[in-house]
Design a protein around this ligand. Structure first.
Ligand code: ADP
Ligand code: MG
Length: 696
């Protein structure tokens, strides 16, 4: 029987033990169907094969106890709810403590039988062993045998206990017919993988650690293999259809452009440019991703590549993520390349608003009267048609979807080379999954003479001092940014406490900065207003700019030397790092001050890494670990699904195996029929996200 005939798309209520109420709770965990439930893999496992007795345990030991609880009490201390109870087995009594789990008061009753798993420690008040790190507990009926062995622990809500979860999962597995294998036998053999059916069952209820490991490896392999197949197909399509462009060897024009740069390229820039040159001169279409921290000099490399395409008689397109950046690049490129006879055009929303300007630039693009076109999303609008497009550069790729990347390719009869640049440092596993169809180059080294930005985390109580300092800097002739997470008051309860940009702006403008020109910038403004505000700030007319994250990318105002980030804990580290890159671009010593009143230790520790590291890659890794890849990219942006079981840190090895296997697999035409089967699985796992990508 095929996996599909079992109707995995059935509502989860068809599983024994799940009624409407539990189904409603499961929905909160994004579990709607049987398939969702099956692939709600355990968050972790309790590995306890033997029961312990209270009289035998030692301090610091991880134990499993079964006994009756009594004397349940609770009290409030500062912001904590502390619940205490005692557990008694036939050998002794131990105190249990739960922090901040008030809902337990409605669950626990004196005299209940409980199985508790956790770590013990010496309690200095009572002088006895106590258990305050309770990993999990199960309420047992009077005569119920406790389940021992490796037990799954699921991410769950208060409404669904682990016991209910496990029972539902067991029922699902026993209702489920043997799963049809989706991978070819050959791959299973080569990669030494267990069958899908075995893996799905063992991931939930492994008999031992070896079995768990094999199950996890198999499922992680599947996930990565499917993604790789999708990405390989994209790559293969572009390489099959038409042939790419062989650019000419570097000549006079590239050399003059190099000479025009007011600096010498760094070693890394040279290395990356060499790789780009090699790709561009080859017949196969270039598909290269350049990763480099903010300010590492990616733009210079991109510019040289664009000059190279012009020298070979083609046009180049440069897609920037914002209007402001497009204009900035346009101005820089014009200043550097104008006298070399290279014609540069700008295509931004500002221009397309005027029919005359728009028609004019469209006409020039299609008649090859401009050589390099710099623009925003406006570049991929209908009506834009290049005469002879040789190279497409997209800057800050993660802001454009995977699909948009290929949109630009269609703007010409040629098959242009493609260079993607990102300042978001992405760990290698992640690049291989999200950008699996691209070759990757990295610029590690920063241009010489960069001064580190002094970063400090301040409590909200120190806010006044922070702004006093900002004022001193402004009076000394410099400019400052204040970044806020929200524009206006939020309706949402979670965000209700956050002072929005508007209010912070008013507070500053009417208070300590009443004699200083301030402005407010946010994403809900019209592009025209945004441009105007940004121009005034760039020209030094405005001294203090309060804004949302719209200034995150690329804006270059060397005189700005201070950035204050309000509610810094609300931002990702990679994002804070990007923001911070807006200062430190001039001669003055620069500061980034992160204001936070978060009491959460993890949040504090996260922010403190900003003080000590200026390595964007490291920050991104910390972020990824704490927040997961979905959060990191924002799913809508990269267009790929979150991984359910593969781990972007741990599974590099599996990923490389999956990539190799996928490469072999998709290059064999006989497999394409087979792929229909895989595709069905993709659809089941990821909805139509993948079809969109593959269809492109
Ligand atoms: P990125 O696009 O990677 O953020 P940019 O290309 O905008 O970085 O470069 C940041 C700044 O560093 C620019 O002002 C640029 O002129 C300068 N720059 C780039 N490469 C070098 C270099 N090799 N030596 C000195 N300055 C450089
Ligand atoms: Mg840049």
């Amino acid at each position: 029987m095929s996996k599909f005939e079992f109707e995995f798309t059935d509502n989860v209520m068809y599983v024994k033990g799940v009624g409407p109420r539990r189904a409603a709770s499961l929905e909160k965990l994004n579990i709607f169907t049987k398939y969702d439930l099956l692939t709600h893999y355990p968050r972790t496992y309790d590995n306890h094969s033997n029961l312990n007795r209270i009289c035998d345990i030692f301090e610091g030991e991880s134990v499993v106890l079964v006994g009756k609880i009594f004397n349940i009490t609770s009290r409030e201390a500062r912001n904590l709810t502390i619940i205490n109870a005692y557990l008694q087995d036939d050998s002794g009594v131990i105190q249990l403590t739960w922090f901040n789990q008030k809902y337990l008061l409605t669950k626990l009753r004196d005299g209940m039988r409980l199985m508790v798993i956790g770590k013990t420690k010496f309690d200095r008040w009572s002088g006895r062993l106590a258990m305050s790190q309770i990993q999990s507990f199960t309420i047992l009926d009077a005569d119920e045998e406790p389940e021992l062995g490796i037990m799954p622990v699921y991410a769950s809500t208060a409404a669904i206990s682990q016991k209910i979860f496990r029972t539902a999962m067991k029922n699902l597995l026993s209702q489920m017919p043997k799963l049809t294998e989706i991978l070819p036998q050959e791959i299973l053999r080569e990669q030494d993988l267990i069958s899908l059916d075995e893996a799905m069952r063992a991931i939930h209820f492994p008999k031992n650690l070896a079995e768990l490991d094999a199950a996890r490896r198999r499922l992680a392999f599947d996930e990565l293999f499917l993604i790789q197949c999708g990405l390989m197909l994209i790559k293969r399509q572009t390489q099959d259809e038409r042939l790419g462009i062989s650019h000419k060897k570097n000549g006079k024009l590239v050399k003059s452009a190099l000479a025009k740069l007011p600096f010498e390229l760094t070693k890394d820039q040279k290395k990356v440019f060499r790789a780009v040159v090699k790709d561009m001169e080859s017949k196969l279409p270039m598909r290269r991703l350049v990763q480099g921290d903010v300010g590492s000099g990616k733009t210079a490399v991109a510019m040289l590549a664009l000059v190279k395409t012009v020298e070979s008689g083609f046009q180049g397109a440069f897609m920037a993520p914002t209007e402001i950046l497009a204009v900035q690049h346009y101005e820089k490129f014009s200043a550097l390349l104008g006298d070399l006879g290279i014609r540069i055009g700008l295509l931004s929303a500002k221009i397309t608003r005027s029919k005359r300007l728009k028609d004019d630039i469209y006409q020039k693009i299609s008649a090859h009267e401009v050589d390099i076109v710099i623009g925003t999303h406006a570049l991929i609008q209908e009506g834009v048609q290049f005469a002879k497009l040789g190279l497409v550069v997209t800057d800050e790729q993660h802001r454009f979807g995977v699909n948009q990347r290929s949109e630009l390719e269609k703007k010409s009869d040629t098959l242009p080379d493609m260079l993607v640049m990102t300042a978001t440092p992405i760990p290698r596993t992640m690049t291989l999954t999200v950008y699996g169809d691209l070759d990757v180059s990295v610029i590690k080294e920063l241009p010489p003479g960069r001064k580190p930005i002094k970063t400090v985390v301040k409590n909200i109580r120190g806010r006044k001092n922070v702004y006093d300092f900002v004022r001193t800097e402004i009076l000394a002739g410099r400019q400052a940014y204040v970044v806020c997470p929200l524009i206006e008051r939020s309706e949402s309860e979670l965000l209700a406490d956050i002072e929005p940009a508007e209010e912070i702006f008013n507070m500053l403008r009417k208070g300590i900065f009443s004699d200083i020109p301030c402005a407010l910038l946010h994403g809900k403004m019209t592009p025209r207003d945004k441009d105007e505000i940004m121009e005034k700030f760039r020209d030094g007319e405005t001294k203090l700019l309060v804004s949302t994250t719209v200034i995150e990318v690329g804006v270059d105002v060397p005189n700005a030397s201070v950035m204050v980030v309000e509610y810094a804990e609300r931002f990702g580290l990679a994002q804070l790092h990007q923001l911070r890159g807006r200062v430190g671009r001039g001669a003055a010593k620069s500061y980034c001050i992160l204001i936070s009143d978060s009491k959460n230790d993890v949040a504090k520790a996260r922010l403190e890494t900003m003080e000590t590291t200026s390595d964007g890659f490291k920050l991104a890794e910390v972020d990824l670990k704490l927040r997961g890849p979905g959060q990191f990219f924002g799913e809508a942006q990269h267009g790929l699904p979150d991984l359910k079981i593969a781990d972007v840190f741990r599974d590099l090895e599996i990923l490389i195996q999956a990539r190799d296997a996928a490469e072999k697999f998709v290059t064999d035409d006989d497999n394409l029929n087979y792929f229909a089967n895989l595709r069905q699985n993709l659809a089941l796992a990821y909805g139509d996200k993948f079809n969109q990508i593959i269809a492109n």
